[in-house]
Design a protein around this ligand. Structure first.
Ligand code: AMP
Length: 303
């Protein structure tokens, strides 16, 4: 039986504008994307909070993917809302608004039967909440954390403390530069590793990802796509498929992480094809395997 993964993060209602579309109140949030992505590889235990306005069909979507919702708290108030706008060049995104709502008073409570979960993804939420979750866990085997520019700006001491408590950090290139003050990604990665984690993965959007750790280095391209409709959540899907794949194989060596990065890259590439979680909702393992074979022909390693 595959090891389960525990995923904590935001469950959100997102409003997203692109050059050609404008959608309101879509299912989003770091934990939603990450949980669905991880569910292709391992049983998922979701820890997050929603308000009383959270639509039943979204809950059903998680349940359909066998995501355990014991840790999804419903509180009086509104669900976290985020809105953003992409430029014609989808690499550029502007946050229009962030309404914390029920997140303002969120105190994650890990169900006691989940405290021994060995594989943990601390999806993107404030680093003090991520640390709260870790404090409740009983010696997890592998902890991956994601973060974002906002926390580097407003909660850096907490984030730095978190780095001493995790096995792997996933962040994008501009965040790595911002966190370390170094514009060279190799030096930035070295500086991050000195802060605590054994591994760091630096994502470069459509240019793929770099992995550092154990005096080793690995670079993987992104799956080439001609049409991207909504890049939201690509990073969360990457992290979700990564932890799911690690839990499935149980191999946390550098080689094991390389293989998990391939799965992260593949699932993220599907996610950006459609808005919200619509592509992941109907994605199959066969489609992932087919894309993996194509990816291999482009030079990626066997996963
Ligand atoms: P990404 O595209 O990987 O940066 O993730 C986008 C998702 O992050 C959206 O679905 C948002 O709901 C969620 N998000 C945006 N800002 C925050 C925040 N401050 N805390 C937690 N989740 C957030």
């Amino acid at each position: 039986m595959t090891n389960p993964v525990l995923v904590v993060g935001s469950v959100a209602l997102d409003s997203i504008k692109t050059a050609t579309a404008d959608h309101r109140d879509l299912l989003g949030g770091s934990a939603s994307y990450a949980s669905l992505a991880a569910s292709f590889y391992a049983p998922v235990r979701l820890v997050a909070i929603v308000g009383t306005d959270f639509p039943k069909e979204h809950r059903q979507l998680f349940a359909d993917r066998k995501i355990d919702l014991q840790g999804l708290e419903e509180a009086a108030g509104k669900t976290f809302r985020w809105s953003g706008e992409y430029e014609v060049d989808m690499n550029n995104r502007r946050t229009i608004s962030t309404d914390l709502n029920v997140f303002e008073t969120f105190q994650p409570k890990i169900p006691s039967a989940w405290k021994k979960t060995e594989f943990v993804l601390l999806g993107n939420i404030g680093p003090s909440l991520q640390r709260d979750v870790l404090r409740q866990m009983d010696k997890p085997r592998f902890v991956v954390a994601d973060t974002m520019d906002l926390w580097i700006n407003i909660a850096k001491p907490d984030l730095v403390a978190l780095l001493g408590e995790i096995d792997m950090l996933v962040l994008n290139d501009s965040e790595a530069k911002q966190l370390t003050g170094d514009t060279n990604l190799i030096r930035a990665a070295r500086a991050i590793l000195k802060m605590g984690p054994r591994y760091v993965a630096i994502k470069k959007g459509e240019h793929g990802c770099l992995l550092f750790g154990e005096n080793n280095f690995f670079s993987i391209g992104a799956y080439p796509l001609e049409e991207i409709n909504d890049p939201t959540g690509a990073g969360d899907c990457f992290a979700g498929a990564l932890i799911g794949s690690l839990a499935q194989r149980g191999d946390i060596s550098f080689e094991g992480i390389k293989r998990a990065l391939v799965q992260g890259t593949l699932v993220a590439s599907f996610n950006v094809e459609e808005f919200s979680l619509r592509r992941l909702e109907k994605l199959t393992m066969d489609e992932i395997a087919k894309r993996q074979r194509e990816f291999l022909q482009f030079g990626a390693l066997e996963a």
